[in-house]
Write a protein that binds this ligand. Structure first.
Ligand code: FES
Length: 112
């Protein structure tokens, strides 16, 4: 599949740098809520499911706690590194968010 045939999630510039938005997308045939994080000109995406108790990460629909490159689960405060999804503090330390592969092509964040 050529890069411009990959499904578009959103525009990169729709995400404030260093923050994240929610996008719903088909992943493995299921509609999933995704957290899409922007770090400069790159994006990362994860299922919006915390490995601790399976709750959503956002504190209100589509609103995530993101500070200094960390994503904080609104339920019990697990803190994940936005670049790789690893929980570095909190009740699921050492576990990871489930990454969904994305790439940025001409300013569009696309599933790969
Ligand atoms: S569900 Fe995320 S920290 Fe408990």
């Amino acid at each position: 599949m050529t890069p411009d045939a990959l499904p578009i999630l959103c525009r990169l510039d729709a995400i404030p740098d260093g923050n994240a938005i929610e996008v719903e997308a088909l992943v493995d045939g299921e509609t999933e809520s995704l957290l899409v994080y922007r770090g400069g000109e790159e994006a990362r995406a994860y299922l919006n499911v915390c490995p601790h108790a399976g709750r959503r990460l956002d504190y209100a629909p589509g609103k995530f706690l993101v500070r200094g490159g960390k994503v904080i689960c609104a339920a019990h405060g697990a803190t994940f590194t936005a670049d790789d999804g690893l929980c570095e503090a909190g009740p699921c330390k050492g576990q990871s968010l489930r990454a969904v592969a994305v790439t940025v092509v001409d300013g569009d964040v696309r599933l790969t």
